[in-house]
Design a protein around this ligand. Structure first.
Ligand SMILES: CC(C)(COP(=O)(O)OP(=O)(O)OC[C@H]1O[C@@H](n2cnc3c(N)ncnc32)[C@H](O)[C@@H]1OP(=O)(O)O)[C@@H](O)C(=O)NCCC(=O)NCCS
Length: 238
């Protein structure tokens, strides 16, 4: 199955790749969430995923206006995400750890993917290729990690598009949680966003992810009223 094919011919720009650790599932990422897909778009993405031999097509996190065209074509929700927003000028900081934050480069990607796999349950874990995609998803990005006893145990990926910042990924190895490592990495990301004149930050996480919601709220993030949805449909009914 082809990887990361740019679906440039579609009206709404999107990238069709493979789902991490599952080559049979095509992953559709809309590249501009201000554009709302129509029936033509959805039909062409289904056709393209079939051409690639996928047994199912799964979307990324969709804003509410983007979902109806998918639902009308047989997609159903497999996850619901809370969307949180922070005005950077109002960020609350309380970082007591002092842990050194290091630049996450190509040579640490597989170690980061291993942490991601321990931090997120299937099918939500990212492999190395998916983490590189996330780093490249925004015009500017910052990827950092922390290590303990020489081993990468936590990492973050943040992005910038215009004056909006995104916390794209944050994962801490379950063996070293509640030691302030996520707080350290998130604080580093917010500092970077402040330096880059970012005005507001968005992050999403599963509606039942109590640890992450608590962490983000402690920085001053507030939940927006709309939820994001991840949709899927099988492609076997040819
Ligand atoms: C969410 C996550 C990143 C937190 O990492 P962590 O290093 O354990 O967090 P920290 O030690 O820095 O905790 C910072 C704050 O987060 C909140 N928090 C962390 N874990 C929590 C838990 N299990 N329950 C409730 N609140 C929690 C608390 O407010 C905590 O502050 P406190 O320790 O002073 O009470 C980690 O649990 C994780 O990797 N989870 C799976 C992946 C994930 O959900 N990523 C983020 C969402 S996309």
């Amino acid at each position: 199955m082809a990887v990361n094919k740019t679906a440039a011919e579609h009206r709404v720009r999107a990238r069709l790749g493979r789902w991490p650790y599952d080559d049979d599932v095509a992953h559709l990422v809309l590249l501009d969430h201000h554009m709302v897909p129509g029936a033509d778009d959805v039909e062409s993405w289904i056709a393209e995923a079939r051409t690639q031999g996928a047994r199912a097509l799964r979307t990324g996190a969709l804003f509410p206006p983007s979902t109806p065209a998918f639902v009308a074509h047989g997609f159903t929700a497999i996850d619901e995400l809370s969307l949180l927003e922070l005005t950077v000028a109002n960020a609350r900081r309380d970082d007591r750890s002092g842990t050194r934050v290091r630049r996450l480069g190509a040579s640490q990607i597989e170690a980061a993917a291993a942490v991601d796999g321990r931090a997120f349950p299937a099918p939500w874990a990212n492999d190395g290729a998916a983490l590189i995609d996330i780093i490249q998803a925004t015009p500017r990005s910052r990827a950092r990690y922390v290590q303990l006893e020489g081993r990468l145990v936590a990492f973050s990926i943040s992005g910038q598009a215009a004056t909006t910042g995104y916390v794209q990924r944050l994962a801490v190895d379950p063996a070293v949680r509640r030691r302030g490592l996520a707080r350290r990495l998130l604080g580093d990301a917010i500092d970077w966003m402040q330096r880059r004149n970012i005005e507001r930050v968005l992050v999403n996480t599963a509606t039942d992810n109590v640890a992450a919601l608590d962490l983000y709220r402690s920085f001053g993030f507030e939940e927006r009223s709309e939820h994001l949805t991840i949709l899927e449909r099988t492609l076997s009914d040819r």
